[in-house]
Structure formats: C-alpha cells, structure tokens
Design a protein around this ligand. Structure first.
Ligand code: SF4
Length: 409
C-alpha cells in the first residue's frame, strides 16, 4: 500500500572518482587516468573527460538509479516532496554534461521539487568545468561544496589529491561568480602541517568569499592506503582550536562541531540529519533515515545494480528505537540518546520541551543529569535548553561516551 508522503531530504551517491585519495574510505570506483590534469582548471571547454562519457560503469549506475527511483515512487503516494537534496560521492563532477542531464531528468521524474529549499552538489576542483556550473545554474542546484582540503601544494600531494592550491582557488572563484552558495571542505591534522600552513589555508578559503567551511580532522580509516602506512598523526586539538578562534573573526561562526558559516548560509541538508528528519538514500552505499530506522543501500555498484533490477537495493537496516508515540517511550531510548548527541553537535543544542515531548520526561531528566555533571565551561544551560560551549565542542567525543551509557539502561 502506498504511503503518505511527508517532506524528505534526499542523499544521492555518485560512486566514481578519477582516482582514490590515500585517506578516503567513502565507496567509489576509480575511473582511471585522463588527459585533463594538464589542462587549466575550471575549463571553459564544454567537458574535458571525454574518456568517461561512454563509461559502462556510469551507464550501469544511471540505469540502476532510475530503477531505484521507480521503487521509491511506488512506495510513496505520488512523487515524494523534497526539502533538500545532496548529490555527493565520490566525485559528482566526473560525470559528463549529458550524464548530468540524464541524472537531473531521473530526479525530476521521481521527486517533487516544488518546495525544495536547497540542492547541493559536491565538486572536485580537478574535474569541475564551466559547463557543469552553467548546467547547474540552469537547473535547480543552489549550492556547491568544493573539496579544497588544503591550500598547500605539498599537503594536497601527500593526501593524494589531483589538484593544487591554484586550481582549488579558481574553482571557488568561478563557482562564487556563478551565484551559488559555496562551501569548502578543509582537513587538519596532517603529519607535517603547522599552525602557519593551517592559517594560510583558512585565510585563503575564508578570503575567497565562501559562505561556509567544513573543517575535518584527518583520521586513519581502516582499509585505506593511509591507514596501512600508519603515519604518526599530530594531535588535532590546537588546529581545531585555531579554526574556532580564527574563522569567526572572518565572519564565519561555528554552528556545528565541524561547520562554520556566514549568517544564513548553514547547510540545511545536514540539519536534517541533526534533527533526525526523514532522509531518503539513492545510489550504492548511500545511507537513509526513516521513522527510527537507519538503512543502507547495497555497498558496491555491482550488487546495487543487480538488486535494483528486481527489488529496492536496501542491504541493511538498523532500528534506533520505535518512532516517538509508538510503543512505550523506553523503546525510543537509543533514538533519544542519538537525538541528544546530534542536537548537542550544533549551536542550537537541545530544546528540552520538544525533547521531552518526543522522548519522555524520564530520558530528558537523565540526559540533563549527565550534562550537569560535566564542568560548566564545557556545557551551557540556558532558558529552555542546553548546548555545548566552544570548549565543549573540542571534547565532544568524551561527552558522547557519557551519554551513550544511557542508551543501554
Ligand atoms: S575525490 Fe573525494 S570521494 Fe574521491 S577518493 Fe578523494 S576524498 Fe574520496
């Protein structure tokens, strides 16, 4: 029986990259060498990577994607209405313009964009072209997230990135000049990175005029080439603390543990995860979240395409407790603890009235009890809620450990 369709967010995974970066654990298939690396960045040519245009893997992915979108249409009553869409990867900019047109056509056919608030596309400076920017501007894309990572060429090379700092800055400049909201990703905690080089990267990106910066600490993800080489990584605390001090002075306030933005430029799609709003998933390895279930699509393109030929390609689902209002509130305990942690990641923190309405007075009191035992310089209680301070955000993981103990009681 079809289900009534509320407002959704949608994450779409593009499972292709030119080559794998040494630190990356996201699922993507490397498409191989292309001639574009010697070309100027953000080329005005319609599209550079001609060798990818008829790539059979991309064709297979697009077909499977259209099938998966068809299943979603069958399950929900009418085309689901989207609030936000995030097209990530992988590297969405390895797709040619005709592949992008096909992708956008699949999305427009399967989803209702009439109330859409934000559509983000991830872009890699080495494959972003002016053709992409023109096509996106003429469609429903509103926001571009550029994988800059660093403005130091030796750091980019060590990470296995296929672009240099000049190419990254030109990608930001071109994207901004097309009128998109622009975000840039940066990484700290590299072995030979210094506070001076980190400052240079932050200054260059903030100075470009982007409205949003995400700053991530480098971690050794199991199975990656970087983890296998086991480099000694520095303590990230001082880099993170510097970003917290520096970026607000450049107009980018911290609004989430890893996110800084100018007023009104916060990422709405990520906010859907932090609020536990319904998020649909499209593409291999994509995660979704619906009514207390977190689910994941088949993890590889092969499995995803094979499954999508006959049924929805969902590989696993984890129950985080019953939806609020169903069964007893104790069944919602793991979901409530996760909701508390997600809310505390943000500057808005936990709204205690709405938290109690969703998960009950008992769990609310327990969460507040844990937070009251934490030193006050880390946690700030205010009228109607509680949030982490800047210092608290620096030690968030230790606070999550305390809260997670509540999930098993
Ligand atoms: S380009 Fe992005 S998704 Fe692809 S390997 Fe590098 S970090 Fe991972």
């Amino acid at each position: 029986m079809p289900l009534f369709s509320p407002l959704f967010s949608l994450y779409l995974h593009v499972p292709f990259c030119v080559s794998k970066c040494s630190y990356c654990a996201f699922y993507s298939e490397p498409l191989g060498e292309t001639p574009f690396l010697s070309n100027p960045p953000v080329s005005s040519r319609p599209f550079i990577m001609d060798s990818f245009i008829s790539n059979p893997s991309i064709t297979k992915w697009l077909l499977a994607l259209s099938r998966e979108a068809g299943y979603i249409d069958e399950i929900w009553e009418g085309r689901p209405r989207l609030r936000t869409l995030y097209i990530g990867g992988g590297t969405p900019t390895v797709l040619s313009l005709s592949q992008w047109e096909r992708l956008l056509g699949i999305l427009e056919g399967a989803f209702d964009f009439s109330v859409i608030e934000e559509v983000t596309v991830e872009a890699n400076p080495c494959s972003l072209t002016e053709g992409h920017l023109r096509l996106w501007r003429d469609s429903f894309v509103t926001r571009v997230s550029v994988g800059v990572q660093s403005l130091q060429d030796d750091e980019l090379s060590w990470l296995g990135r296929r672009h240099g700092s000049r190419m990254a800055l030109q990608a930001l400049e071109k994207t901004l000049s097309c009128g998109f909201d622009v975000s840039a990703d940066l990484i700290f905690g590299l072995p030979f990175q210094t506070l001076r080089t980190w400052h240079d990267s932050l200054r260059g990106v903030a100075g470009s005029g982007v409205g949003h910066i995400s700053a991530y600490q480098l971690t050794l993800e199991p199975g990656t080439p970087l983890a296998r080489s086991s480099p000694s990584l520095p303590e990230g605390y001082s880099f993170y603390r510097f970003a917290q001090w520096y970026l607000p002075r450049r107009g980018l306030e911290q609004y989430e543990i890893a996110s800084f933005s100018r007023p009104g430029k916060e990422c709405r799609h990520n906010a859907a995860y932090w609020r536990q709003d319904p998020v649909l998933a499209l593409g291999p390895g994509a995660w979704g979240y619906l009514s207390g279930f977190r689910y994941r699509n088949a993890p590889t393109l092969e499995e995803y395409a094979a499954w999508a030929a006959t049924r929805p390609p969902v590989a696993e689902a984890e129950r985080l407790g019953a939806p609020e209002g169903e069964f007893s509130q104790s069944h919602s305990r793991p979901r409530g603890v996760e909701a508390a942690i997600l809310a505390l990641r943000t500057k808005w923190g936990i709204d205690t009235t709405s938290f109690a309405r969703r998960f009950g007075e008992e769990l609310t009191e327990e969460v507040l009890g844990v937070l009251k035992k934490i030193p006050p310089r880390l946690v700030e209680f205010f009228e109607g809620g509680v949030r982490l301070t800047s210092s608290g955000m620096r030690v968030g993981n230790a606070i999550w450990v305390e809260l997670l103990e509540l999930a098993d009681r």
